[in-house]
Design a protein around this ligand. Sequence first.
Ligand code: C2E
Ligand code: MG
Ligand code: MG
Length: 409
Amino acid sequence: MSVAEDRGPLTAARAAQEPGVRQILDRVREHLQMDIAFLSGLTRSAEVVLATSTETGPMQMAVGDELDLDDTYCVRVLSGLLPPVIPDARRHPEARDLDVTHEMGIGAYAGAPLRGPDGKPVGMLCCLGQGANPLLGEDALRVLGLAAALVEDHLGVPGLPHRPAVSDRVRRVRTVLEREEIRTVFQRVEHLGSGTVVAVEALSRFDPRWFPTPVHAFAAAQAAGCAVDLEVLAARRALRHAVRLPADVRLSVNLSADALLDPRTEPLLLAGGGGVGVELTEHTPVHDYGRLVAVTDRLRDAGVQVVVDDAGAGYASLRHVLRLRPTAIKLDLDLVRGIDADPVRQALARAVVDFAGSVGAWLVAEGIETPAERDALLDLGVHFGQGYLLGRPGAWEDALGDGPFHRDA
Ligand code: C2E
Ligand code: MG
Ligand code: MG
């Protein structure tokens, strides 16, 4: 995930003027029994501390501090290199070796992103403790997610001046579930050499006044405690189209590990017949890899493709790749963006190409926007792709047509 752009919608001035923000930070700090809670904004070169809890304990941190992006936990969490909750940093296999763990004396960490209108992270709400904190678990993640949504509401987000309050969005999610207010759009995946469509990915759309992107809807569902219900509903709506699939074209749906483990999901996917695929990302942490592998093994045996989504976005997705023996791997769009002009992205893609070849998985690049990106990917040995250049998410007929289409979702 790219955090290198200057998104700048969170400023210290606005955060400091908002007493409500400090109250939220104080409550979160107390509730999670940590030494400090703070709000940070991401700029092109740094993570800037915008507000802190009134109490900061022994942690040396103040408003205006700039943390080097390469050194922070937050950036690692956003890119999937660290989990969002670390009860014992000195024993965590990645966290314990980081300089910042020793320099700041971090014993425990928890963080949740603040998102802008496009769903991309613009800052973080984090807590730090000097000692280990065994209380930190999934609950902490839910509390922080809700607190981050409340801070978003307090600060407002440019482009969405009348964004509904978080409590309204949580209520709205329940209405979406009751009335099944989900629209499914489809994006073609094609063989880059010939332009032949090989698959369509189903993506969910909601009333944009409430949920401008699906990421917002699933985040609200998480806060409402019904994320899996929403995912299962989205998959069920999408899979109704499986009967319309032409031969040799797959229909893939997105599911988190939690949703894939839900008892309703497997029969749903199996009923879709051999033309179905499931795209897995680690939006929620995986607690039971044994069960997950058992499900993906059964699905694969029944002809359902297992796709690891967002590879290259971080450590979590690579763990999937190793354990789940996927039929296909999707290169994350941040790795694809500008790949024609960026030797680092090319080297990373080359490594994934080698890896995919060695585990016998197809490789699909997502987010291809320019002919130069497509050509660079072909040169690197990536033969399948998806992106606005080839077709935007849209109607079923358009996704399956001869393209290219540039229809808005
Ligand atoms: P994803 O599965 O990685 O989907 C790819 C995202 O990239 C989609 O965003 C798609 O519209 C966007 N995209 C495709 N081509 C391009 C391009 O050329 N340039 C750029 N900039 N973006 C491109 P979308 O639809 O907003 O979905 C975001 C994420 O939300 C998805 O990421 C997926 O993780 C999740 N999601 C969407 N629908 C569902 C759903 O029904 N169920 C679940 N569980 N997750 C969903
Ligand atoms: Mg996907
Ligand atoms: Mg993806």
